[in-house]
Design a protein around this ligand. Structure first.
Ligand code: IMP
Ligand code: MG
Length: 437
């Protein structure tokens, strides 16, 4: 899925937490440059290397491979203290991060304490009417608001005491958010410490492409949380669609090759808002426990539902997906039946929603009823028979011919319904657990 001199986009096509971290980690083995292009430390990408669990929030997951370069593009919003903490924690785990490996675009907007405070009070205000978004509390939305409002600091503005003072002179209100003069001092020091990594990530990425290197763009969150096309206003504040990815880094859209959509075999959502196909009761609890569906950033229990084929089709078309990746079908192992949201029906008359009826107002989401189809489940992702056992014993990896027949037909069904080939099926949390098909 990676091509020389091209960018491959890996993006979530649900509500985030599809398992992008793992597939990006797998793909980054053959990439040269791995980039984040939107969002900030609201993301949480979990990767298992053996028994070691690593979660990155801001750094692209490619950082785990010492020979790869990574970039934080202009479209990202960056919390300098979080970045430094993440760098330190990875360095403590033996991963070295030098300025020739990590490029931070000088144009990325900076999350300030004021942004987090503003978000907290606005969520509290909304909560009074039961309308809180359920954000991650990281100041993401207010930072993007400042960017659009053209008064927020960019990375270039915080790299030295002098620069930050010059910024505060123009925008004194940003100084107010700091809880103490110590906190301000810590922030000033942080700016100085990230300075060596700051560069023009756009030009560098363009050069990388011209040299024929393989670029991987690691999407954060998922299409259903897109600020325009998601379940607005229960969305994040950045554009998540493939059409925006090149702009978040500063490379031409013509340099994009594959656009890889990542979906779990079921669905989850963390935070409030519409969720067609949401489950409750024992299946919900079981899937949450088995799939460890708790937010990597906030620890909140994720809401659980069946995979939504209608949304998957909608976002496949909108993003021009060329490939699909299926995560976590192993979590469904042992279910007699596996559900799929195969249609959206108008609650009132039970008629299917037409192609031009994609909801644009909240009330329209509540008017939708999920039509669920059920498919035979799999006891294990693999057909655990003699050939399979022999392969395992002799250390041969399992291939697509070993997938359980019901999982294989589930995959074929998705491919026919969506019209895009599924290229990779993850069969467990570890790097090594997955089958290319
Ligand atoms: P914000 O991005 O913190 O403003 O949160 C807005 C919405 O997006 C909330 O429902 C969050 O739970 C959700 N969200 C933000 N980032 C992620 C993510 O990486 N995974 C899953 N949900 C997310
Ligand atoms: Mg996540």
């Amino acid at each position: 899925m990676l091509t020389a001199g091209r960018a491959t986009i890996v993006m979530g096509v649900q509500f985030g937490d599809e398992g992008k971290g793992k597939i990006v980690d797998v793909l980054s083995e053959s990439a040269d440059l791995v980039c984040r292009v939107q969002g900030g430390n609201n993301a949480g990408h979990t990767i298992w290397i053996g028994k070691q669990k690593i979660v990155t929030h801001l750094l692209p997951s490619g950082i785990l491979r010492p020979e790869k370069k990574v970039a934080i593009g202009a479209g990202v919003v960056l919390d300098p203290l979080v970045l430094l903490k993440e760098i330190k924690s990875l360095e403590d785990q033996g991963i070295s991060i030098s300025p020739d490996r990590l490029w931070i675009d000088a144009r990325a907007h900076v999350i300030m304490p004021k942004h987090r405070l503003f978000e907290k009070s606005s969520e509290e205000q909304l909560a009074k009417d039961g309308a809180a978004i359920g954000t991650t509390g990281r100041g993401i939305g207010p930072t993007y608001a400042s960017k659009a409002h053209r008064d927020g600091p960019r990375v270039a503005d915080i790299l030295s005491r002098e620069r930050l003072e010059a910024f505060f002179e123009r925008h004194p209100d940003y100084r107010e958010g700091f809880a103490s003069s110590e906190a301000l001092e810590e922030f000033i020091q942080a700016g100085g410490r990230i300075a060596p990594f700051v560069t023009d990530a756009a030009v560098r990425s363009q050069e990388a492409l011209k040299k024929g290197l393989k670029v991987l763009i690691e999407g954060a969150q998922g299409a259903m949380l897109d600020v325009a096309f998601g379940t607005y206003p229960y969305v994040t504040s950045s554009s998540l669609i493939a059409g925006s990815a090149a702009g978040g880094l500063g490379i031409p859209p013509t340099s994009v090759g594959h656009i890889v959509g990542v979906t779990k075999a079921y669905a989850t959502r963390v935070g409030n808002g519409p969720f067609v196909g949401e489950l409750s009761g024992s299946v919900e609890t079981l899937l949450r426990e088995k799939g460890q569906e708790f937010g990597a950033t906030t620890g909140r229990p994720r809401r659980i539902g069946w995979l939504d084929l209608v949304a998957l089709r909608y976002f496949t078309s909108l993003n021009g997906l060329t490939d699909l990746v299926l995560m976590k079908p192993d979590v469904l192992s042992g279910f007699d039946q596996v559900g799929l949201v195969s249609d959206y029906l108008h609650r009132k008359n039970q008629k299917s929603l037409g192609a031009l009826d994609w909801p644009t107002r909240l009330s329209e989401w509540s008017d939708i009823e999920a039509s669920i189809s059920y498919h035979p489940g799999w006891t294990d992702v693999f057909n655990v028979d003699n050939t399979f056992n022999e392969k395992q014993r002799t250390g041969k990896t399992s291939g697509k011919e070993d997938l359980h027949k019901n999982l294989a037909s589930f995959i074929r069904l998705l491919e026919t319904q969506v019209g895009v080939p599924i290229r990779y099926v993850s069969t467990g949390p570890e790097r090594s657990e997955g089958v290319w098909i």
